[in-house]
Design a protein around this ligand. Structure first.
Ligand SMILES: [Zn+2]
Length: 239
């Protein structure tokens, strides 16, 4: 894999466009455009560069899905995408993407395009599952995406890998100050009336495999009577 410094860095007095970056100096990121890379500089600082889009993806990665994009399964795979927070560009951390899926990942627009994830979520590769899970999560306000998320049960480490992109520094804590994690089981410390439904959940009800609500440390999601509901962390105890 090769990379080149993008021209926007010229003004900062950094190497100019087209300068070759030896692979051993590359660090990849997918915060922002996926073809951005960080290049280690002497004093352990990093500068940002851009991967050469014309590069061929590795044969091994390409062969994994017969040369096709591992998300849409229809266009030719043209990019190697490293699924954060993994930092090593090794086969098991990569997903082969086409131009259009890469563009959608980096863009703001979500929604119907990602119905292709209904297929890719079943891909046997953990990296593809984790990325699919992550992208489905960004569309989960749409019914189809929520249905897919509710119908699959990937391994817990895949869910955590997928959801790691949404982790916030603040911690979710239960009523007693214990840290809560995705996948934990909790017990309700008081009866809850569930808005918009006809049932209430008794004190002591066990809620299995909770999800932390990203961006709100006071809320978790869990299933009670097969319905996913939002529960306030102050009403649960880690079980
Ligand atoms: Zn694609």
């Amino acid at each position: 894999m090769e990379g080149f410094i993008s021209d926007s860095w010229e003004t900062a007095g950094l190497p100019t466009e087209g300068r070759f970056i030896p692979p051993r100096l590359m660090r990849f990121t997918n915060c922002g455009p996926a073809n951005l890379i960080f290049v280690r500089q002497p004093a352990n600082s990093y500068i940002c560069g851009q991967l050469n889009n014309r590069m061929a993806i590795s044969t091994k990665l390409s062969e994994r899905n017969q040369g096709l994009c591992e998300l849409c399964n229809s266009n030719p795979a043209t990019h190697e995408y490293l699924v954060s927070p993994r930092t090593e560009a090794v086969l098991e951390n990569l997903v082969a993407l086409c131009d259009s899926c890469l563009e959608k990942i980096n863009g703001e627009e979500k929604g119907a395009y990602w119905r292709c994830l209904e297929g890719s979520i079943w891909n046997p590769e953990p990296s593809v599952q984790a990325l699919s899970y992550r992208l489905l999560h960004t569309c989960r306000s749409e019914e189809w995406a929520d249905n897919v998320l509710n119908s699959v049960e990937p391994d817990e480490h895949i869910i955590q890998w997928g959801l790691s992109a949404f982790e916030v520094a603040d911690r979710h804590k239960d009523a007693f100050g214990n840290d809560l994690e995705n996948g934990d089981n909790v017990v309700l410390t008081q009866a809850l009336n569930v808005k918009g439904t006809s049932f209430s959940a008794a004190k002591g009800t066990v809620v299995k495999r909770i999800r932390l609500v990203s961006g709100n440390t006071e809320q978790i999601e869990g299933k009670i009577n097969d319905q996913t509901i939002v529960i306030l962390t102050k009403y649960v105890k880690k079980g």
